[in-house]
Design a protein around this ligand. Structure first.
Ligand code: GLP
Length: 263
């Protein structure tokens, strides 16, 4: 894992947007996995700016969102589908037909989940998957104990997740108890992974998933098994990392190696 520590939320957002933009420029029909939550809002705002001011072209890309609340229609104001339209899709030249979000109000979640996996395969697999992280270490909605082999499916939400996400709803009782989420196995198949985290509330879990053991109790720790995972954090989220100086030294000296191997 490459660990990039940035001073604050703004620089975390610009750094992660630059990584995504770079991939889109390298491959105009990129298949991009997307996340929701507060953390990526700044990244999406910066991507929208790059589209507006620098012509970053989204017209050929395909996107797959990680998850959706079970029972919420795509038009529901708290659905992740609406979140994506509000925060990114409507600000760039995305094709609506290539913006996939699991349909929360599906009549048959099992069929939908299998179909979602098929669409990912049909698109050629995910090139770059963007992730946030829950305070219990979840990626997507893969709560503690999710198998590293898991695929898209319905998952029951952990108490802490319901409490954390209640801020988006009128009350805690309104937060759906289940979600449809890509599995850890689905996520690990992405060619590249970018996880972003911000704020003191994520410091403990960032230490756990980056420097602790690989365990399904902290599903983000599965990224330790991936061959191309970048983690972009702000100082507050990085506060409990034990090897901070080492990560910073690598970041500042990477160019030396790149020069030596002629890249
Ligand atoms: C939700 C999403 C996750 C996201 C997490 C963190 O649970 N399913 O994909 O990473 O929230 O959200 P935030 O960025 O608001 O802390």
């Amino acid at each position: 894992m490459e660990i990039v520590i940035t001073p604050d939320y703004g620089s975390m957002s610009r750094t992660s947007a630059a990584i995504i933009a770079n991939e889109i420029r390298r491959k105009h029909d990129l298949v991009l996995g997307l996340a929701t939550g507060d953390t990526p809002v700044g990244t999406y705002r910066e991507l929208a700016r790059l589209h507006r001011e620098e012509g970053l072209d989204f017209s050929k890309i395909t996107t797959f969102n990680l998850d959706e609340y079970l029972g919420l229609a795509p038009v529901h104001k708290n659905s992740y589908n609406q979140f994506m339209w509000e925060n990114l899709f409507k600000h760039v030249n995305m094709s609506p037909h290539r913006a996939f979000v699991p349909q929360g109000n599906t009549a048959d979640p099992e069929v939908l989940s299998e179909w979602y996996e098929q669409q990912i395969r049909k698109a050629g697999g995910i090139d770059l998957q963007v992730l946030g992280i829950g305070r219990d270490g979840h990626i997507g909605f893969n709560e503690p104990g999710s198998s590293f082999a898991s695929r898209t499916r319905v998952k029951g939400l952990y108490e802490q997740t319901i409490k954390d996400n209640a801020r988006f709803f009128a009350s805690e009782a309104d937060v759906p108890r289940f979600a449809i989420t890509m599995g850890v196995g689905t996520i690990l198949e992405a060619r590249k992974i970018l996880l972003i985290a911000s704020g003191a509330g994520k410091a403990e879990v960032c230490h756990e998933f980056i420097e602790g053991p690989v365990t399904s109790q902290v599903t983000a720790s599965a990224l330790q098994l991936h061959s191309f995972a970048i983690v972009v954090l702000d100082e507050e989220a990085a506060a409990k990392l034990k090897r901070k100086e080492y990560y910073n030294w690598i970041r500042d000296n990477k160019h030396v190696v790149q020069k030596q191997i002629g890249r």
